[in-house]
Design a protein around this ligand. Structure first.
Ligand SMILES: [Zn+2]
Length: 387
């Protein structure tokens, strides 16, 4: 059985241990030590990164009673090795994990909800509750959680006896086999948990509840703690400051300013659409009424405008009209209406490698061709259909 140093002292970041076994598994080596400070993956938390004698520890797993470290290079059996955790990563995880206990403890005390899922990702922490909460309730939980941080309550771990456990009230996600480790936040919460925690709630730093969604009959909450909460705040501050400068408003006026800009954009889109339709009507009015096919090669325009122009022109000339819009290098979008579209579409595919689809009334798609190639294609097509 591997002695778990992280259970005895969560702040143990360097240690020496004896290599009990080292076996090759695929491209890597499975190393078992007599003791370790590396927390193995479990309970929604990834395993600790770090090194053993300078060799990177890729993964740490529990296998029965022992803890197995996966390394890229072998270690010698019987050798004394020095282990070092990537403390930056581990400490942030302790901040987040204790932060999760604080939040879930408060939610449990206030609303009687249970924590039924926890994931400590590289970005933020997610926790799942078995009932719904409103934003206002979550704001209240967040305020209380940060008050608990300021109160700097002691966080301790213990292994109570079976007798003690019978009368002890504690939160637990599932039935636990073997010794039950209880993590206690003084006066707030008791929870069965095998992970390392900070020693005092003050070490968690800022707790911020972010988005939440309805999830499996309850809610999934995203949260940030400690250093990651600061980095998240910094990122959001920079974004808001940049937006405010771009919009020439104060930061607290950004939302109203963006709403104004979006309303202006909608109005401009309406005006642009009306103007575009008018231009197209004028261009089509200038077309002679005849049955010959018509082709427009245009600068980039949106697909809807292309289809409108093709339909209007096809109506006026009583034959096929094709509209190509784009530029050399990027390729051209096309839309066509009127005439024998099936034959035209097949020809486009054969000569210009067109991709797209449509129906008897209209076809549309894209060609990876240049203006010169489209014009040459069209000359050939038009001369054949004229005959
Ligand atoms: Zn826990």
């Amino acid at each position: 059985m591997t002695r778990r140093l992280y259970e005895e002292d969560s702040f143990c970041r360097e240690f020496t241990a004896t290599v009990l076994s080292c076996e090759k598994r695929g491209d890597a080596y499975a190393v078992v030590l007599d003791k370790t400070a590396f927390f193995p993956e479990g309970g929604g938390q990834p395993s600790d990164p770090g090194t053993l004698n300078g060799v990177a520890v890729l993964n740490v797993q529990t296998e029965g009673d022992v803890i197995v470290h996966t390394l890229a290079a072998p270690l010698t059996v019987g050798q004394t090795v020095s282990g070092a955790l990537d403390w930056e990563v581990r400490f942030q995880r302790m901040q987040k994990h204790t932060g999760e206990h604080i939040v879930c403890g408060i939610v449990h005390n206030l609303y009687g909800l249970e924590n039924v899922g926890f994931h400590l990702g590289s970005e933020d922490v997610t926790l799942d509750l078995d009932g719904e909460l409103t934003r206002e309730q979550l704001d209240e939980v967040e305020s209380l959680a940060n008050r608990v941080v300021i109160q700097n309550l002691a966080v301790t771990a213990s292994f109570p006896s079976d007798e003690e456990l019978k009368t002890l009230e504690y939160r637990s996600k599932k039935e636990i086999e073997g010794a039950v480790r209880i993590v206690t936040i003084d006066g707030l919460d008791r929870c069965a948990c095998c992970a390392p925690h900070v020693a005092y709630t003050g070490q968690v730093g800022l707790i911020k509840l972010l988005d939440f969604i309805r999830y499996k009959g309850g809610v999934r909450i995203h949260m940030q703690c400690g250093k990651d909460a600061l980095l998240d705040y910094r990122m959001r501050y920079t974004q808001t400051a940049t937006l405010a400068a771009a919009l020439s408003v104060k930061q607290h006026e950004v939302v109203a300013a963006v709403e104004r800009v979006m309303a202006q954009r909608d109005e401009l889109e309406r005006e642009l659409r009306a103007a575009r339709l008018e231009t197209q009507r004028m261009r089509v009015a200038a077309l002679a009424t005849h049955s010959a096919p018509v082709c427009f090669v245009e600068p980039p325009m949106d697909g809807e405008a292309q289809r409108e122009l093709a339909a209007l022109a096809a109506q006026k000339c009583g034959g096929l009209c094709a509209v190509f819009a784009g530029k050399d290098g990027d390729g051209y979008g096309y839309a066509a209406a009127g005439g024998d579209l099936a034959a035209f579409g097949a020809r486009l595919k054969e000569r210009l490698g067109a991709r797209g689809g449509g129906n008897a009334e209209r076809i549309q798609g894209r060609v990876a061709a240049t203006t010169a190639e489209i014009e040459a294609f069209w000359r050939e097509y038009a001369s054949e259909t004229d005959e």
